[in-house]
Structures are given as structure tokens and as C-alpha cells.
Design a binder for this molecule. Sequence first.
Ligand code: MN
Ligand code: MN
Length: 460
Amino acid sequence: MDELKKKLFYEQKNGYDLVDTREHIAAEDYCRGYMSFLNDSRTERETVRNAISLAREQGFVEYTPGMELHPGMKIYNCNRGKSLMLAVIGRNSLADGAVIGGAHVDSPRLDLKQNPMYENDELCYFRTHYYGGIKKYQWVTIPLELHGVVVLQSGERIDVSIGRESDEPRFVITDLLPHLAQDQMKKVMSEGITGEALNLLIGSVPYAGEGKDRVKLAVLSILNDMYGIREEDFLSAELEAVPAFDVCEIGLDRSMIGGYGQDDRVCAYAVFKALLDVQDPVRTCVCLLADKEEIGSEGVTGTKSYAFDTFMADLCASQGVELRRCYEKSFCLSSDVTAAMDPLYPEVSEKSNNARLNYGIGINKFTGSRGKSGASDASAEVVAYLRRIFARSGVVFQLCEMGKVDQGGGGTIAKFMAGRNIDTVDAGVPLLCMHAPFEVVAKLDCYMTYKGVLAAYSDN
Ligand code: MN
Ligand code: MN
């Protein structure tokens, strides 16, 4: 009976029971690179900028329309500083399709409003408008940094970064003390902190002299000294308040990584690093680092944008291939984080079909919510293909979905790639406390995601 069970049952194993010392070391190496990348990539723009500089070190050149492309060539195309497409040209024609790895580089955060500054009772604040799905109560009383750009009316762009360096000041959103929070504590969690209360404390010293708004004036003059900007310049700015926590190892065994923005920079780094490491591919390998996933993949830099099609059409045109012919033969691994089962909250998970930390890259056949609404639902054939290449390359993987059927759900860029007539499946890193200011992943899963994407890129 035991033998028959062994033969017929599908039993998932903890990844640590499946890997050897050599892989442990490889995973540690990989995660060191990832942690350092994540620590310096706090926004979509910074992620793109850092990726470009790493890619250039590896011989990637900026693509210009009409450029002659030959096998082995490495190119990139930056879309408005917020999204990035890279490719390693394969030996085969694009008529055989491309292998696409896609992930997003935007993360939930607090954007400054267009009229952000105000003074109230001699304290100065920035008003914010949150971006992406957040639990607002998590964003108060934590140190915050400010990153982004201010574009002057002249078009001149000023890069802003305050709080990343250890000697720089940081910001905070205050909350009530428990002693006076009787009424607040009776509210439901979604209303305990309101969107309009998410205002950053940015100064307290008044400008010398008489009159009103003296603190605001003093703070503005500091900003003017630092960046040459006036209040009106906030009208055309994109400033993002993000958690100021450093990326660090978690656990006495150091097996996990904690940090802000791991949804989805943990997968973005995996698809990007796999592209850097792919050797002499048969099919052309493409990496898409997309913006705006957290708000529906909209806009010129989101996955719905024609920018991706333009890039791919250019590559196809250089080989005399029709884009639609290339798409129908292509394969896309949409790499986004999935919800890891949290033993503190077992009630939202269905154990047998929920991702677990250390069980490897999580394949989501579909995402969406309730009756799979909003999912692209990869076909059995596509999932079988992924099983095949993962098994061949020793990639530890698990099949999963996001929590209990009726509980909620989420989406990724998968459906927008699938909508282009590209076979697409989601697979990424299981994550604890998704969308919180500090998210947790397991090192082994990060590495297996990289290894999984590399297996897809390397497949012929
Ligand atoms: Mn995501
Ligand atoms: Mn997300």
C-alpha cells in the first residue's frame, strides 16, 4: 500500500528537503544581489534606472528604431523612465515566437497630491493620495522617505530623494495615542484612518517674523535651497512617500527577506536577472518591467500600453516577421507575487491550494476573484509545458491560488499579455503581508523564481 501511495499520490515537499548545499549557496548569492537591488530601488523610476545601469554593465545597448539586430545582441528600451523592455536576440527567427518574462516595478505607496503643502496649528504637512490597495492603518507611525521628480514648467526635471541616506531626515504620519483613542478604536479598521488623514509631517519651525503660515514658508525655503522649486512646481511633480525601512534578513536562520516594495520587485529582479544570465538563447528572450500594475495596468507605461507592441513590432520588422505571427507562437511567464499562507490567519486560506513559504515558485493557473473574474486562466497545455521545463531544470514549484474562493483575490499583468494572443501563465514568489510597508518572502522561493524564469528563457 505504501508503495502504491508513493506511486499515485501527489505530495508536495518543503523546498529545503529537495535542494542540496550547492543550491543553498547559489540561493544565498542570488539573494544578496536582490537585497542590494531592492534597497536602492524604492520607486518604479529608480527600479528602471538601476536595471538599466546593471544591463549596460552586461553589454545591453539602447535600442534605436531601424537598428540591425543579430543573434546574441542585447538591447533595451526605456518607456518614459518608468517601464523597461529588454531583449536578447535569439538564434531562431521571431516567427518562432519570443519567450517573455514580465513583472511590475510599481508598488503601493503614498503619492503627494498636486497641492500638497499646508500648515495647521504651526505644523507643516504634505497631503497624500494613496496609490494601489493599502490598509491605511499600516502607514501611520512609520518612517517614510520621499522619492520622485519635480518637472518645472520649462520641462527641466529635478530628481528628488530624501531619507534614503542615513544622515537624511525622514517623515511620518502621526496617529492618536491609545489614551485618547476611545472613539477611534470603536471604528472598523478600514475607517480608523481615513485617506485624508494620511498627511506627512514635514516641519515645525516658523520663519522668523510675524504673520501666518510661517512654518510652511520655512519648509518651502528649505526645499527652494535644496531643489530650486516653488510651491507651484508641485503641480507637475510625482513625489512618492515610501517606507524608510532598510531591506534585511528575517529570522534567526536568516531564511527570509523583509523589505518594502517586494510586490513585485522580487519577481521583477528575478525576470531581469534571468535575462542577464541567459546564454545564447534559441528563441528571442524579452523582459518587460511594467509600471501601473497596481492600478490596473493602465496608462502609457502600463502593460496595456501599445509601447510593448511597438517594441515587439520593431524587433519583428527587423526580421521581416509579422507581429501577430510572433505573438501567437510566443510564451509569457507573468511573474507576480502570490499570497503565501499565513499560519496566523489560516481562515482565509485553503491549505491544499495555497502557496507556502519555501515550497518554491508559485504557479497561479489563474488569478482573479470569486468565480475567476478577471483571470486569464492559463490552459492545461501551458501549465503542462511549465511543469515540463521546471522538472527538467530542477525548479522547485507549487501550484496555488490566492486564498479561499469567496474571500477575495487579485490580478496581474497576465490577462493583458494573454489578450495579445500570447500563451501566458502566472508564476512568482509567495509573499507574506502583501502590500504592507514591510513585506516578507523566503529566500529559497526568490531563487527558485529566478531559476524558473531562466529555465523558460533557456528552453528551446
Ligand atoms: Mn503584484
Ligand atoms: Mn500588488
